[in-house]
Each structure stands twice: as C-alpha cells, then as structure tokens.
Design a protein around this ligand. Sequence first.
Ligand code: GCB
Length: 650
Amino acid sequence: MSRCGGPERRAMFRVLCLFAAFDAVCLLDSGMLFPRESPSREVKELNGLWDFRADRSPNRNQGFERAWYKSRLAETGPVIDMPVPASYNDITQDPALRNFIGWVWYEREVVVPARWAADEDIRVVLRVASAHYFSIVWVNGVKVAEHEGGHLPFEAEIGSLIRKDPTAPCRITIAVNNTLTPHTLPPGSIQHMDDRTKYPDGFFVQNIYFDFFNYAGLHRPVVLYTTPKAYVDDITVVTDFSDNTGVVKYKVSVQGAATATLKVSLIDKDGRSVASSSEPSGVLKVVDVKLWWPYLMHENPGYLYSMEVRLIASDKSSPYEDVYTLPVGIRTVNVTSTQFLINNKPFYFHGVNKHEDSDIRGKGFDLPLIVKDFNLLKWLGANSFRTSHYPYAEEILQMCDRYGIVVIDECPGVGIKDILSFGNASLAHHLDVMDELVRRDKNHPSVVMWSVANEPASEMPPAEFYFKTLIKHTKDLDPTRPVTYITDSNYARDKGAPFVDVICVNSYLSWYHDSGHLEVIPIQLNTQFENWYGKYQKPIIQTEYGADAVSGLHSDPPIMFTEEYQNVVLQSYHKVFDQKRKQYVIGELIWNFADFMTAQGITRVVGNKKGIFSRQRQPKAAAFILKERYWRLANQTGRLPPWTKYPCPL
Ligand code: GCB
C-alpha cells in the first residue's frame, strides 16, 4: 500500500516521457497532493503526544520479535510521552536516546468521526509527511505502509480497517529506523567495534558523511484526511505567458471513477473566475495576467491564482463530488549561458542556505520558528534559499510561493562519497527519490531549480554515468526547470558538470584551506570562477561560502571564529561577486542562515557556527553586513517601487 515508486514504473516512465514531455510529469502512479480541507474533504491532524519507546534490545529487533504493533505499546513495556512533530533526540535527558540508532516505536489511538466509518463512499487516508528514515505503519495491528526516505510524504488508505470495528479506537503504530547505509539518501554506514579491550560489548557507531545532526522521528505532521470514493488524485500545472496573456497548461488525474465530469476554474485573488474548462487536461488562458514575481523584484511579489478542480462522478446510483483547490503562480524560468531568467528578466540569487533545525525540536516542524525565519529573510532582503540538504516541509514551500522567495529544491543526496554509493542500488533509490520529490513539489512557482545532490565525490569515475542518468531522469520528470548538483570538486575533474544547467560551487577560502589567510580570497575566488566558466560556459551560483563565528566572540585584527573574521570573509567574497556578477555569476547564497546542530567532533563547538544568526535566531554582526548588501543588490538588480528604495523601510 505504500505509494513510493518502483523500478518497473520508472522504466515505463522513462520510455513514455521521450514522447511527451508534458505528460511525463503526470505519469507517476499516484499523486501526492497536499491535504487540504474543501467542501468534500476533511483533515484531522494527529499532532500531539504519542506513546514512544526506543527498542534498546541488542539487535534492535525485539519490537518485531514480540510484535509490538499487535497490542497497545504500553502493554508490551514502558512508554514515554513523545511530541509529534519533533525529533526525539533532544526531548529527554537521556544521552542514549539522543544518540540512539535503530528502531523507535510511536503509537497513538485516534477517535475517528463516526460518519467516516459509517460511509463506505469515504476514503480515509493516513498521511505521514516525514518520518526519518525508514518507516513501517500499522493500523490496529495490520501493516498498511512501508516507506524509505526521511523527507518526503507517504500515505495509506485505511478506511476498510476502520470499518472492521467502527466502535473500536483506531490504533496507529509507526516504527521508525534512522540507520543509514551506503544505499540510503543520505548514505551512511554502521561500524561495529569488536576490540573488547577498548569498547564495551555490542558497541557500534553510525558513520555519516554530512555535516548536520542525524535527527530522527516523526518530523512533520501526521494527518488523516478524507476524499470521496472518486477523487482528484493529482494535478500538474506548467505555466507560461506571452505579452499580457498567461498560459496555464494543466492535467488532472482522477481515481475511483470510470467516467467523471470535471470543472476546472482559475480564480484570481479578488475571487473572479478568469478562465475555466471542463477537460481533464488543457490550457487556460488568462487575459491581463498577474505574473508570479520574486520578492524585491516586483511591487506585488508572490501573486497566486487558485485553481479549483471540481469533479462529479457517479457509479450506479450515487453521485460523488470532490473539490480540490491548488494555488497557482504563473511564471517562467529559463537559463542562458550567463543569466537566470524569471519571466524573461535576469534574476540574481541573493539569499541563504538553511536547515530545518532548532533547539529541542531538532528537525521537528514548528510554525513559530518557520514564520520567524521568513520574517528574518524579509528583513535581510533575501530573495531566495536552497533547501540544503533535503526537501523541506511543504508548508515552507507554500510560504515561499506566497512571499515570493525563490527556492532551489534539493533532494537528500548529501554525502555521496563512498564508491559503494554510486552503484545500481543507490542510483535506483536516488531516481525514486527524485520521482517523489518532483511529484510533491512540481506545482510550486517558488521552486525554480532541482538540486540532485550536494558535494558528491563527483570526480570518481562512476559519477559520470550516475549524474548523467540522474539529471536526465529529473529533466524527463520536469522539462520546465533547470537541474543541477552542488559541487566542491575540481573543475577539471568533475564528472557531472557537463550535464548540469547551472554550475553551483561551494568554497571555503581562508577557512578549510589557508586558514586565517584572508588575503588569499580575492585571487583564489577569481581563479575559481574563471576556471569553471572557462571550461563550461554556464552561469555560476556561489551556493556556499562562509566562516564559523561564535556569537559574541570578538577580535581585531580578526581571527578565526570571531564575528570580525566572519565579516571579513564575507566582504572579501562580495568584492569578487561584484565583479563577476557583471559577467556570469548569477547568485550568492551564504552558508548558513543560522547556526545548527551537528555530530560531535573536534571541528564543531556544539554544532556548526557559520550562521549569520545564532541557532536562537539572534543576529551576528555578519547579518547586518548581509542586510546592507542584499538591499543594495535588490535596488540594483530588482525592479522596486520607490517606497522600497534603499535603505529598506523595515
Ligand atoms: C559544506 C557542506 C555543508 C557544511 C559546510 C561546512 O561544504 O555542504 O553541509 O555544513 O560545508 O560548514 O563545512
């Protein structure tokens, strides 16, 4: 019942999409529309306290051996309260739980509205938005879903199970395992230490090749939602415009009905229907279109229409109606050898890299934090971010759509360093993850580019086939957006660069190399850009640069880890960006928006401190330098109305 993709489907999919680029986006076997309430749909959030137990048995397998899913978790052993959504790692005082590797068990009993159980014509769907990393779900002891991957949603239809005994509570059990292997995304490996003179019995560690804490648990909302038996399963929109006419090419896929009548209407912000159709796929034309523009590029950024899809189906006696409303932004994206164009106008990325990360919650979805972060982005004058190093919550992308924040949407392909992670098993999984990512995020106007990986060992020989296949697959899935991966390798040896649309480079000059020597930045950065552009003639984004600074640590002359050193690193990079953005550099994304937690190690002082804000979102000196710069850039590169002329009014 899991809805993730399989190899056969992918093979068929690839062949078909050669013939029909637009249809290609629609061929995944089922949709993954965000659960929204409508006159025909209800959503019941299952956020709150769940019963929780980590399986601390030596092989972490006791839960399966003793079938913990068959009865209430509290009946098979001790349980603790665990908030959902949240990472479990930082919730208790127990260091063993903070560093736990293996299966943890969550359980919650839900009261399901009686009419959901009574009405056979209602589909009841359980949706888990993010469970890191591998999960198995049971309802009343019956397995309903299994999913690999920690950052994308999965679903199971559970109506028939609820109806078996409508008066009994519905017990949902979710087992989640955070173990990473060379074939997971991100990859990792388990190392057992067998020298009993050094390590206790059963000692093992999880090796990871990425620089953030491997938080785990139910990270995003778990919901139950309903649809009628015949329902809108998926919608795909691709937009364009010519002069002042907007074009919305759409395709609706319907499940559960042999025949159905559709009404598709595009409604503007004032509630006026501006175009409509009764076909399952077609083109809607919008006269006097209001385009979707990035923040600071237009006085009215993030303009969204609503596409209301109304389905009426009938089988034998009863008619069904389903209504789903999708926000739609009309915009185009194009790349030339020197520019990134949004609505045919050059767009310069001045933004940040982020993490889903905060005190106590870890990677848990948290609206106060999310809204605070958007307010900080606006304050900073940032027009974009990259979802380093995994897909973020859908609610975050919805805010980007509304605020006009441009997104480079990255899959969890971070830390692909081992040759084992370039094999067929890894590639097949990576293709599946791209299927799931594109299926989830394809309709967001804010998403302008896919990033398939961060800093893989792209100089290794198998990287050529791997990235050629992966990038082609992603372009087949979505021919409307450029595709890239983020590199830190040598321009001459990088095997994947010929296949990307935009060169995205990370570098930490005067930090990891020539530490303390700020004077090397101008020459080395200039060389970096000239080399990459000289070889590939593709536009370049500096997707990471920065330096650690411990908030409140000062030194003049600047020395490493002080706020002054971070400032000078940034300013030295900026001077070179200002020369090169006149040519082919199309963006700069600071590493990082905020300090974040990492694994423990001798180069990290309670986490990575390259944030321009602390983990608690307080500014370091660098935040003011960047704010000054970003507003200035917005005035030079955006098309701002007079009221936003620098200095910013905020
Ligand atoms: C990088 C990685 C990022 C790290 C950063 C650093 O190149 O992409 O995940 O956190 O460097 O601070 O070392």
